[in-house]
Design a protein around this ligand. Structure first.
Ligand code: HEC
Ligand code: HEC
Length: 305
């Protein structure tokens, strides 16, 4: 401990007394407040998986474009297309170069993303969609290398590793710049300020009285089963992705409906591993309420009968 710190502590004890100091230092020692527990380093390492643009956070390892091709075809192509072109409503992972200034820019990993680390991290953390965090480090390296290859950024014999990671830049990186604008141009008023009640908010966007705008707008609709289905379920169920039963397909539903509505709803809320695949709890959309999921199941089953 430096003598400066020691001096400070002496001062502190002198000013506030030993007891106070004892309680401050015991907070650092993990005092027991009667709830929670200190996270173990193992628990922390489970959460601490982010990878930064300079490669910090990457685990040791490597993976080749060649291995990535097989893995990608097996685990990703169904949704993202064999060439990264994207299937149905699933995002494309390649293409779109030179379209960023178009009216309808085509943003992909290759045309838009600034950092390779985001790609590695995203795949590692969130993909495949229904089995997040299921890939080994080697698999993530290989699949990342393959997605880079699909974007013509590396050659077909490339092997991506922690060591050469920072040599692969994404083309749009230079176009991301720090935003130097201040949060606000206004100076905060600290004295003789305007009475808040006397301030009127005016809008220059619509030169119409607010009431008129409200009257013209659509009435708010409470989301119903079909909306929830469209937002959260259709993405797999519409086309039977990953083994999801398609509404309106009797073969997919006859056995399931026999289980009764209650079981179907429970499977949709709590998740379900069946013979054709994995239904994540709430399809992965954990913000949905149980009622909303139920309404979507009712809609799906109704469509199937
Ligand atoms: C069942 C379908 C499905 C499978 C299989 C799947 N993904 Fe995805 N992927 C998605 C969806 C849906 C999104 C969009 C998620 C979002 O925006 O929240 C996505 C987003 C992504 C993105 C971000 C794209 C962008 O521009 O925002 C990447 C990268 C990606 N997936 C890579 C992969 C890789 C690599 C695999 C295989 C290991 C994989 N995905 C497997 C459905 C899937
Ligand atoms: C990521 C893909 C995915 C999403 C999103 C998804 N599901 Fe599923 N769902 C599946 C799969 C796969 C199965 C089939 C599991 C099996 O039987 O093997 C399934 C099965 C089901 C079943 C039948 C359960 C049974 O007991 O047979 C219901 C009901 C269901 N899903 C409802 C929903 C609802 C409601 C949503 C939206 C809130 C939703 N799913 C979103 C993949 C998905």
């Amino acid at each position: 401990m430096s003598s400066f710190h020691r001096t400070l502590i002496v001062l502190f004890v002198a000013l506030f007394g030993g007891d106070m100091f004892a309680s401050v230092s015991s907070a650092d020692d993990g005092a027991d407040y009667g709830y929670g527990k200190t996270a173990t380093s193992e628990e922390i390492s489970g959460w601490d998986i982010d990878v930064r643009p300079d490669g910090k956070g990457l685990p040791p390892g490597a993976g080749s474009v060649e291995d990535g091709e097989y893995l990608y075809e097996d685990k990703c192509a169904e949704c993202h297309g064999s060439f990264g072109e994207g299937n149905n409503q699933f995002p494309a992972l390649a293409g779109g170069e030179g379209t960023l200034t178009d009216k309808r820019p085509h943003r992909t990993v290759g045309s838009y993303w600034p950092h390779t680390s985001t790609l590695w991290d995203y795949i590692n953390r969130a993909m495949p969609y229904a089995q997040p965090e299921s890939l080994s480090d080697t698999e993530v390296y290989a699949i990342t290398a393959y997605v880079l290859f699909l974007n013509d950024l590396v050659a077909d014999d490339f092997v991506l590793s922690r060591e050469n990671f920072s040599t692969v830049d994404l083309p749009n990186k230079p176009n991301f710049v720090p935003d130097s604008r201040p949060d606000t141009y206004n100076v905060r008023c600290m004295k003789d300020c305007k009475e808040p009640g006397s301030i009127h908010v005016v809008t220059s966007i619509e030169r119409q009285p607010a009431q008129a705008v409200i009257a013209q707008s659509e009435p708010l609709r409470v989301p119903v089963g079909e909306d929830i289905y469209r937002q959260a379920c259709g993405l797999c169920h519409d086309n039977g992705l990953a083994g999801a039963p398609k509404p309106r397909d009797d073969r997919d539903w006859s056995g399931r409906v026999d289980q009764g509505m209650q079981v179907l709803v429970r499977h949709a809320i709590e998740g379900f591993q069946g013979e054709t695949g994995t239904m994540l709890p709430k399809g992965g959309f954990s913000h949905l309420s149980d009622e909303e999921v139920k309404s979507a199941v009712v809609y799906m089953v109704g469509e199937s009968l």
